[in-house]
Design a binder for this molecule. Structure first.
Ligand SMILES: [Zn+2]
Ligand SMILES: [Zn+2]
Length: 305
């Protein structure tokens, strides 16, 4: 079930870094099915097994929802050109308003989610969202995009976030990577989101370089190593991991802003996923937070932790 990007990965080319690409755009037809497989793999014997399996089901729904969905509309060429000129993200997530393609995407994600084994509270939230009208759904979309999710309706918003991930990944995939420009430290050049996690990759031509992973559109963008992805400080950076771990997930801790974002080591395990491995390493969040640092990564499946 897991699909790989093997043609672009060559674990033997260590040290051959030339010109790492600035961005790698998502491939939505692989992204969610690969993530579903990763969630299932990580769930085995895990304390969070039920939640990881639930998210595997959500990822399946995100994958299958795409079916024959109409192609989402990109902003006008003029708007994309202006964004580039002014060093802005290609899409302004703050101004996104649900269009018919998004509404259909959400409808499909919700319908497919019905088949997932889930606790009663999650099922009740799904039923409420399925019954909600366009205005209530649009409100939820706005809250997700503004990181202003009310704790009492976390579950409803998780489904809305899942549909937004599908929609924004499909939009991002339509862009030409060569037209994207850096828009500031640790800001997704496509949609303006902060990273969920970052990842040191083993890709051919980019081995050992680091990419930030967008929790909304799935774009990966190049970012130097040993530099805080929250405040861009290069001083006061340290790393922490769970004792006895595989060394594939570390927290990059910044004394300058008192925050941390995880770094995944994809060059050690090509299967790591910026969203799934973040959720599965919640134990690391608990450990780091005990020492007084705040979580900076934005992952729609880890809101409220
Ligand atoms: Zn993005
Ligand atoms: Zn910092």
């Amino acid at each position: 079930m897991a699909k790989t990007d093997a043609p672009q990965r060559d674990m033997t080319s260590i040290g051959e870094v030339a010109n790492p690409p600035f961005v790698r755009l998502p491939e939505p037809l692989q992204l969610f099915s690969t993530r579903a497989a990763r969630f299932r793999y990580l769930a085995e014997g895990h304390d969070l097994r039920p939640y990881l399996l639930f998210l595997a089901g959500i990822s399946d729904a995100q994958d299958r929802a795409q079916g024959d969905l109409p192609t989402p509309d990109l902003p006008e060429p003029d708007a994309l050109r202006r964004a580039r000129e002014f060093g802005m993200p290609a899409f302004d997530r703050a101004r996104f308003a649900p269009d018919p393609v998004f509404e259909l995407t959400l409808e499909r994600v919700l319908a497919l989610a019905e088949g997932i084994d889930m606790p009663e509270a999650a099922a009740a939230a799904l039923a409420r969202l399925r019954a909600a009208g366009p205005a209530a759904r649009a409100d939820m979309v706005r809250s997700v995009l503004a990181y202003a999710i009310p704790m009492e309706t976390l579950a409803e918003h998780l489904y809305a976030a899942a549909a937004l991930q599908v929609h924004f990944a499909r939009l991002a995939a339509r862009l030409d990577a060569k037209t994207l420009v850096p828009v500031g430290d640790a800001v997704c050049p496509v949609c303006g989101s902060p990273p969920a996690t970052s990842m040191v990759v083993g890709w051919q031509g980019a081995h050992g370089t680091r990419y930030c992973g967008c929790g909304l559109c799935g774009t990966l963008w190049n970012y130097v190593r040993i530099k805080c992805t929250l405040c861009a400080s290069t001083a006061g950076i340290s790393y922490q991991e769970i004792d006895g771990g595989a060394g594939t997930v570390k927290a990059e801790i910044c004394k300058n802003c008192n925050g941390y974002v995880k770094v995944l080591h994809q060059h050690l395990d090509p299967a790591v996923d910026v969203i799934a491995d973040d959720v599965a390493s919640l134990g690391l969040d608990l450990l780091v937070r005990e020492t007084g640092f705040r979580r900076g990564g934005v992952n729609p499946f880890l809101v409220g932790y």
